[in-house]
Every structure is written in structure tokens, then in C-alpha cells.
Design a protein around this ligand. Structure first.
Ligand SMILES: C[S@@+](CC[C@H](N)C(=O)[O-])C[C@H]1O[C@@H](n2cnc3c(N)ncnc32)[C@H](O)[C@@H]1O
Length: 209
């Protein structure tokens, strides 16, 4: 997900967690700000950043309301941060505000198909457990709240906020992948499922000039 030519660019990671994506970007020469809502995650991110001698900023904020000026970033990224845990109707307009015209946004999220086939506990199923229409906010029994929009609705939201979709990558498990993959808590994805249907997807979009 780290694009070529990132050196010198102003980058924001939305929902940076422990900051390893911010670290990759900083190592590649970008000027990075990692944003996360959790003080504890930022504590870990700070400790790791300092241990490895990397220079990037860390800011505690909700990805839907980031305390930075308009149009100051060339590139925004979210790897299972805002892209999963924050309402897209809040963080996507915010990403558009933060990016310069022509700026790029890349995010990784679970696919809507995966969200429709994932039970509360156990393996992802080969049947649809919830409808596509109305898919938006997923409240799990374990207390987590996640977000997932159907493709059409997400494209509409991106376009309303001035983004052009450049690429949607639907990820397949590699051939020969032997093991069970843990997704979250006790939910698992067998490689057999993930070779036939996308568990995750990467969106590459650009703010119109
Ligand atoms: C699973 S981590 C992924 C981040 C990173 N890629 C990692 O693996 O460490 C999700 C992060 O999103 C953060 N997060 C959740 N909701 C957020 C929000 N509304 N604004 C900013 N960060 C948020 C959480 O605090 C957590 O650190």
C-alpha cells in the first residue's frame, strides 16, 4: 500500500493504532502524522516510534474531527483504522477536507460480502447472514461497533466528497495458503473461503483537482 514517490509528501494515517503503517511511511521519507482516538494505542505507538528512532507526529483525535487545517496533506491512509471503526459519513468528508486537490486516499477494509457472511462467533459462512441493503453499522455482541457500506453507497459517498475512484482491489488468499486466519476475537476465515470470495478490499481514490 506504500505508493512510489512518497518521499517528502505530507501524509496522514487515520486510526494509526500502534503506528506501524506510519512507521513504514516515515522510513520511506514521508512527513507523517498518525491520528488515533485511543490514548493507550498512542502510548504504544510513541514507545515504538522512539525505540526505532523514527520522526513522525502522533495526535489524539477522532478521525471524523481532526485538528488540522484544510488541504495540508498529499496522501491519507487508513488500514483497518477509521476505515472500519469510524462512520464513513464522518471520516470520508474529513479525509477530503484534509487532502490537497489531487491528493490520494488509500484504505483497507473488510468486504461487504465478508460483513454479510460473518457470524457473531466462529467461522465465516458460505451463506448470507444479514442483508446488503441497509448495511452500515455493525453492532457485535462482544461490544464492538464497526462500519461497512455497500459498494454503490460507498462510491456515491466518495463522489459526493470530490473523490474519483482509481482502483478497487478485492483480495484473494494466495494458492497453497494452509492455515486458519484469525480475523478478530474468535471469528476465523478459512483460506478456502478467502480463495473464493474477498475477505478484504483496498480502495485507491483521488480528490479531484
Ligand atoms: C485495529 S487498529 C488498526 C490500526 C493499525 N493499522 C494497527 O494495526 O495498529 C484500529 C485503530 O483505530 C482506532 N480508532 C477507532 N475508532 C477511531 C476513530 N473514530 N478515530 C480515530 N481512530 C480510531 C483504534 O483506537 C485503533 O487504534
Amino acid at each position: 500500500m506504500i505508493p512510489a514517490g512518497i518521499a517528502g509528501q505530507r501524509v496522514i494515517e487515520l486510526g494509526c493504532g500502534t503506528g506501524y503503517v506510519s512507521a513504514w511511511l516515515a522510513r520511506a521519507g514521508a512527513r507523517v502524522v498518525g491520528v488515533d482516538v485511543s490514548a493507550r494505542q498512542l502510548e504504544t505507538a510513541r514507545a515504538l516510534r522512539d525505540e526505532f528512532g523514527l520522526g513522525f507526529a502522533l495526535v489524539q483525535a477522532d478521525a471524523g474531527r481532526v485538528p488540522c487545517r484544510d488541504g495540508v496533506f498529499d496522501f491519507a491512509i487508513s488500514e483497518y483504522g477509521a476505515s472500519l471503526w469510524c462512520d464513513p459519513h464522518q471520516w470520508i468528508p474529513e479525509a477530503a477536507r484534509l487532502l490537497t486537490p489531487g491528493g490520494r486516499l488509500v484504505f483497507l477494509r473488510p468486504s461487504p460480502l465478508f460483513a454479510m457472511c460473518l457470524p457473531e462467533h466462529g467461522q465465516v459462512r458460505t451463506e448470507l447472514l444479514r442483508p446488503l441493503f441497509g448495511l452500515r453499522r455493525l453492532e457485535w455482541e462482544r461490544g464492538a461497533t464497526e462500519f461497512n457500506l455497500p459498494h454503490g453507497e460507498l462510491i456515491g459517498l466518495l463522489r459526493e466528497n470530490g473523490f474519483e475512484v482509481e482502483k478497487l482491489l478485492e483480495l484473494a488468499a494466495p494458492e497453497g495458503d494452509p492455515g486458519t486466519r484469525w480475523f478478530s476475537d474468535d471469528s476465523t476465515v478459512e483460506p478456502g473461503w478467502a480463495r473464493q470470495w474477498p475477505t478484504e478490499e483496498i480502495w485507491k481514490v483521488r480528490r479531484a483537482v
